[in-house]
Write a protein of this length. Sequence first.
Length: 420
Amino acid sequence: MKVLVIGGGGREHAIVWKLSQSPKVTQIYCAPGNPGIAELAECVSIAVSDIKKLADFAQKEQIDLTFVGPEEPLSLGIVNYFKEQGLAVYGPSKEASLIEGSKAFAKELMMKYQIPTAKYSSFTNYEDALSFVRGEGAPIVIKADGLAAGKGVVVAKTLEEAEEALQSMMQEVSFGSAGARVVIEEFLEGEELTLLAFVNRTTVKAMVPAQDHKQVNDGDKGPNTGGMGTYAPLPHIDPSMIERIINEIVKPTAKAMVEEGCPYEGILYTGLMLTKSGPKVIEYNARFGDPETQVVLPLLETDLLEILIASLSGELENVEVKWKDKSAVCVIMSSAGYPGPYEKGQVIKGLEHITYPTIAFHAGTTAKDGEILTNGGRVLGITAIGDHLKEARDLAYQSVEKVSFIGVHYRTDIGSKAFR
Ligand code: AMP
Ligand code: GLY
C-alpha cells in the first residue's frame, strides 16, 4: 500500500517510523515531512492546511491511505474533503474534530453526558470574564477557546496572573480569534496523564497510558509548552485506574459523539487529572499527542496499518491491539528561549550516534548543505526503549548527551514522578 502522512513534526516522524515497519507498506509519502522523516519517506512540499493540493497529490499518486497527524487540517475538514473525493483517509471529520477545536464544545459535551471534568464558565465579554475571575479568586485556569498550539492556557496561581491572561487573550488578542472566547475553569489538583485510544464510533481500543511534562523547566516550573518529554507506560498508576478511565470517560465520550450526530473515527487523546475525587478530563485532542506518540508507538506490537485498515472498514472491534512489555522515555531537546522567541539555524551535532533502541525523532529541524540545523522551538525528541522505566530513562539521557547544538535546553526529570 502507498501511504501519505500529513504533518512534519516529531509526532509524524513517530507515525512514519511505525508505518515503515509494516510489511503491507510499499511506499510512504509525508507532507511536508522533515529531514528525519526523509530517511523513511518521500517528503512532499505541501502545507498541512492546503487540503485541495493534498487531495490532488493523493489522487495523482494513487495513495491507498492518508493519515492526518495535526489538528489544523482536521479542523479545516480534510477528512470530509478527502472522503468526498473518494480517497481513503484516517482521522475524525470536521464536526468530530470540534472536540479539540472548541473547548466550549468539549465542555458542553462533558456536562451533557456527565463526563467528569473541571467546572467552567465561558465568556466572550472581557468585563464579564474579569468580574467572574475576581469573584472566584485564584488559583484559576484561563483558556483561549480555539486552537492555540497548546499554548492558549494559563494556570494562574494569583489573581494578578489571571487578570493578565484575560487582558492578553481578550484585549490584546494574542491568540487571534482563538481568544475571542475564553473558558474559565476550576483549578484541578493531582497528577496528569494522557490516554490515547483508537476510536471507531463506540469501539474503543485504548493505548498504553503516558505522561507529558508541559512546563519548560524541571520540577514543572516555568511556562507551559507543547510538551517537554514523555514516558509510557506509568508503573505507579494502578491498572484499575486506567480501566476506570476507559469505562467512565473514554467509552462514554465515544458514545456521546455518536449520539450528538458526529461519530468519532480516529485517534482520541484524553488528557486527565487524577484528583482526590477521581479522574477528570482536562482536554480532548482529535489526534495523536506530541510528544506522547513518540513513546506510545515504539511500544505498539501490532502493525499500525492493520489497525487503521480495520477501523476504516468498521472492524476495529476484531483487532487485537498488542503492546510490548517494555518502557519508553522521550526527552525533548529544545531551543533556548522556547516557548518564547528563539533562534533557528544552529548546527545539530552527534545524531549519527543515536541507534536503536534509541531513536531521534525530528520535531523542528531542517537540512542545509549536508547538515541538520535547528528550525523550531522543539527540535528533537530522543526516545529510548528499555525493559523498564529506569533503563529507558538512563538510556534516553545518555543519548541526549551525545547530541548537541548551541542553546540546547532539556528537562532532566522526565519520568521522575513515577519514582516519588
Ligand atoms: P490544555 O491545553 O487544556 O491541556 O492545558 C494545558 C495544561 O494546563 C494541562 O496539561 C494542565 O497541566 C494545565 N491545566 C489545564 N486545565 C487545568 C485545570 N482545570 N486545572 C489544573 N491544570 C490545568
Ligand atoms: N502533548 C500535548 C498535546 O499533544 O497536545
